[in-house]
Design a protein around this ligand. Structure first.
Ligand SMILES: Cc1ncc(COP(=O)(O)O)c(C=O)c1O
Length: 499
């Protein structure tokens, strides 16, 4: 700015320069103050009030599009008005996953510290590509990698890891690192350089993100081989060994075995140590454990048997945005093969900052399939710092107890529980003759969802067929919520029976 004789002189440059203190991107101080107050009030209101709302929205496509139509972006909208529009819309048009009667997919009620962390991260906007641009953020994430490695029984000094958007990216990272280790030439020359087709092994209970990863890696979904499960839906180690040998004899190249600790449909925990034994005996195959949800069992002594075999895993997927209840997305990939992330992901990038080059640190972008990304770890760090391991232990134990209560109440009401897991996901059918049919189960689930009283779903459990599925995903779910679900199920069943 040029000031002469106390008067502000207009220069040609100023005529072209907008007043940055009132830029519509920044907003003026008074508007910002009002916006933050409103935002805090909206969040508090939602936190306190969500339990009284319907769990499920009306799927009103026309209404949503009509509400969006006035936003042609030609006429700027006042800040608070725009915020209110979004908040009202979210109240109205989403399945309230933070609701204590959302018995659903692994989507939790977010921790308060997680919400605060995400807001703080948005404001400071640290760039997690180069270590030197965000040294605190990068070190917080690595501190967490070591802390969770230790909880999983691994040697933190030997574990490397990266934060991911979620479990799917962590699983994809596992596939890529295992492929790099088994076939180092693939990184440069591609799959065509190989003489035989690489294949990996999953159980039918494994998460379908492995199909996506196989497709994206250029392996194709036929490279994903299914191994038989036992009556508890756990992968059978003997069958794994047989399939690997058979495939080798058929000219294929096994490179990866995937165990699941806490499967999506039924909370099944594969026998990780036994599968690791097979992987070792079959030429040192990579054993990945997808513990996206079930890994949290490591924090509770009585659930620890579920994670017993983890130290034998080559890599682990763990999602803090599942059972650790931080806002999405917050996944983690850990490996006890130092250097493999670097070999899989590093590329030369001349423009990237080098200030940290002399330090014994890694640039996050060189250990990940992503480049610039947000500071994912802060919501985990602040939630854990404030709750402590003890706070999480209590929350997870409470949810597990609510799962036990649900099983008990269902049995009292003539439902039959058909899955076997210590974790709080319950699959069940009606014990009557018609209670296993797809028509009945889908009808009951649809009735419960349409009632707005709760959200549950249907799971396919292999040869055991379909079942209703209810998971305690929320640390705020109490006995009254479990009882309300059982009552809603009873009403839905009575309606089906009356038809
Ligand atoms: C066992 C398991 N692995 C991986 C995933 C994928 O995780 P995300 O949705 O965070 O990518 C899920 C999702 O529910 C899961 O249950």
């Amino acid at each position: 700015m040029i000031v002469r004789s106390g008067k502000r002189q207009m220069t040609s440059a100023m005529a072209l320069t907008p007043d940055l203190t009132t830029s519509p991107l920044l907003l003026d101080e008074a508007t910002r103050a009002e916006l933050w107050r409103r935002l805090a009030a909206i969040i508090e209101d939602y936190t306190k009030g969500v339990g009284q709302a319907r769990v499920t929205p009306e799927l009103d496509l026309a209404g949503i599009r009509e509400a969006l139509a006035p936003f042609d972006f030609a006429r700027p909208v006042p800040a608070v008005e725009a915020l209110d529009f979004a908040a009202e819309g979210l109240w109205r048009w989403q399945v309230h996953t933070p609701h204590p009667r959302y018995f659903g997919l692994f989507n939790p009620a977010p921790t308060t510290m997680g919400i605060a962390a995400d807001a703080l991260v948005a404001a400071f906007n640290p760039q997690l590509a180069a270590w030197s641009h965000s040294p605190l953020a990068a070190e917080i994430e690595q501190h967490l990698v070591r802390a969770f490695a230790s909880r999983f029984g691994c040697d933190p000094a030997r574990v490397e890891g990266t934060f991911t958007s979620g479990g799917a990216e962590a699983n994809h990272t596992a596939l890529s690192t295992a492929l790099t280790r088994a076939f180092p030439e693939v990184g440069r020359r591609g799959l065509l350089a190989l003489r035989s087709q690489p294949v990996l092994y999953v159980s039918p209970e494994a998460h379908d993100s492995f199909l996506k990863a196989a497709r994206l890696a250029g392996l194709g979904t036929e490279a994903v081989r299914e191994v038989r499960v036992d009556s508890r839906l756990r992968m059978v180690p003997g069958d794994l060994a047989a399939r690997i040998r058979e495939d080798r004899e058929g000219g294929l190249s096994p490179f990866l075995v995937v165990a699941t600790a806490g499967s999506t449909s039924a909370g099944v925990v594969d026998p990780v140590a036994d599968l690791a034994q097979v992987a070792d005996e079959e030429g040192g195959l990579w054993l990945h454990v997808d513990a996206a949800w079930g890994g949290a069992a490591a924090l509770v002594p009585e659930l620890r048997p579920a994670v017993e075999g983890f130290p034998r895993a080559s890599s682990i997927t763990f999602d803090a945005h599942k059972w650790l209840s931080v806002p999405m997305g917050a996944g983690m990939y850990l490996t006890r093969h130092p250097g493999i992330l670097e070999r899989t992901f590093r590329v030369a990038a001349g423009y990237m900052p080098r200030e940290g080059a002399a330090l014994p640190v890694a640039d996050p972008y060189a250990h990940s399939m992503r480049w610039s990304r947000r500071f994912i770890g802060l919501k985990v760090f602040l939630s854990l710092a404030v709750a402590g391991w003890q706070g999480y232990e209590e929350a997870i134990r409470h949810q597990t107890a609510m799962g036990d209560r649900l099983r008990e109440r269902l049995r009292e009401e003539r439902w039959e529980v058909v899955n076997d897991t210590p974790l709080p996901v319950v699959c069940f059918v009606d014990s009557g003759a018609a209670g296993r049919t797809a028509e009945f189960l889908e009808g009951v689930a649809a009735d419960v969802v349409a009632s707005g009283e709760a959200w549950i779903s249907i799971a396919a459990l292999g040869e055991a067929g379909q079942a209703l599925r209810a998971c305690i995903t929320n640390y705020r779910t109490g006995p009254e919520d479990v009882d309300a679900l059982v009552a809603a199920l009873g009403r839905a069943r009575a309606r089906r029976e009356a038809e």
